[in-house]
Design a protein around this ligand. Structure first.
Ligand code: NAD
Length: 374
């Protein structure tokens, strides 16, 4: 089968959906790999390395015109006409954006959005949300440390003692846990909040303190359990108490990393404008939820702003700032997913009995998968 790996065209997207490692493995399975010239350059993979792994270097039309197209982002309106009717597309396709998916269905493409995979043990090796959020959590701390004009660790020097930075992490999923682990390695003192009770143990095991906001009603407790491992919107009563606890910590904090998300909804506001006003001058907020409206209303997506002496970083694609490793992990996720949609004869098939395939399928035979299921 002909497998194409186009260069990404979205602004700031530095990742690539295959690496020489995954190209070699797909070649060994008997497939022909066509990689667009320059596709890996921003991720430190020059064409020569793809060629050495057995890929043909082609132009955009050559890569997008394959039977199976491996992408990071959903094809743009310029790219889409180059994808063949009946071709299969695998990528991060924004499953909560119906307009984009409709375009894929209208183009007759069989499309799989890897973000829609269930958070189950079997799906772990193809979990792109985890592989990329892990990187974003790490990079958020690196960016914060870079912006912050003081040390992270406590230091005792001949010139006096420097206090450790106080870091507050709001939202402790994959990104938040990695942010805690990274800040800890740098010597910070960390406190963290999440709605899900199971998070407490994970936070404490990393040497951070969990900000306790007890559940007072059955409704609060039930909402906090979430669904499928994801958070649900919490009752206002709990959010008000969380806000009071978080406000105290944020006022003392040197660095705040926010990662709180609820699937398919705008990000919850956790750091209000008043809280920012009460922060110490020189403090830094890195808002990983910027793309979904931000956990702070003063965050500007894609920008770094200084308000009341506080630097607020709203960069939206932090994984792309660690392009080589982000691509390496993403490409392995893709490779693992391909095992579910390529049969032992090396041909594509749509196996709706497979829960991961069924969850990721967004469009097939001219229809949105959601319509087909009705
Ligand atoms: P996410 O990116 O959807 O959300 C980030 C975090 O924000 C979550 O922990 C969420 O609970 C939290 N949050 C939402 N509203 C909040 C609020 N008002 N205040 C504080 N925190 C708030 O999460 P994710 O990183 O994708 O992880 C989601 C879940 O999936 C987690 O339970 C994770 O452990 C689980 N997971 C399971 C697997 C697996 O079993 N294969 C793999 C990865 C993740």
């Amino acid at each position: 089968m002909l497998i194409g790996v186009p260069a990404e065209t979205m602004a700031g997207e530095t990742r690539v959906a295959a690496t020489p490692e995954t190209v070699k493995k797909l070649r060994a399975q008997g497939h022909v790999l066509r990689v667009q010239s320059g596709a890996g350059v921003a991720a430190s993979v020059p064409d020569a390395l793809f060629e050495a792994a057995g890929a043909e270097i082609v132009d955009a039309a050559g890569a997008l015109g394959a039977d199976l197209v491996l992408k990071v982002r959903i094809p743009s309106e310029d790219e889409l006409p180059l994808v063949r009717k009946g071709a299969t597309l695998v990528g991060m396709l924004d499953p909560f954006q119906p307009a984009g998916l409709q375009r894929l269905a209208d183009a007759g493409i069989t499309a799989y959005a890897l973000e829609a995979a269930p958070r189950t043990t079997r799906a772990q090796s193809m979990d792109v949300l985890s592989s990329q959020a892990n990187i974003a959590g790490y990079k958020a701390v690196m960016i914060a440390a870079n912006q912050y004009q003081r040390f992270f660790p406590m230091l005792m020097t001949a010139a006096g003692t420097v206090k450790a930075a106080r870091v507050v992490v709001l939202g402790v999923g994959v990104a938040g846990l990695q942010a805690i682990a990274t800040a800890k390695r740098l010597g910070a003192v960390i406190e963290a909040s999440d709605v899900r009770p199971s998070v407490r143990e994970q936070v404490e095991s990393l040497g951070a303190k969990f900000i306790d906001v007890p559940y007072e009603t059955a409704e609060e407790k039930e909402a906090a359990e979430g669904v499928g491992g994801y958070a649900r919107p919490m009752p206002q009563s709990w959010l008000d108490r969380q806000k009071a606890e978080v406000a105290k910590r944020v006022a003392q904090a040197d660095v705040v990393i926010t990662t709180a998300l609820i699937p398919g909804r705008p990000a919850p506001v956790l750091v209000t404008a008043e809280m920012v006003q009460a922060m110490k001058p020189g403090a830094v907020i890195v808002d990983l939820a910027a793309e979904r409206g931000g956990n702070c209303p003063l965050t500007q997506a894609g920008m770094t702003v200084v308000t009341h002496g506080v630097t607020i970083v709203g960069l939206t694609n932090l994984a792309a700032l660690v392009a080589a490793d982000a691509s390496a992990l993403y490409a392995r996720n893709v490779l693992d997913f391909l095992k579910l949609i390529i049969n032992k004869d090396g041909a594509l098939h749509v196996d709706m009995e497979d829960d991961i395939v069924a969850a990721c399928l967004m469009a097939h035979e001219g229809q949105l998968a959601a319509q087909r299921r009705k």
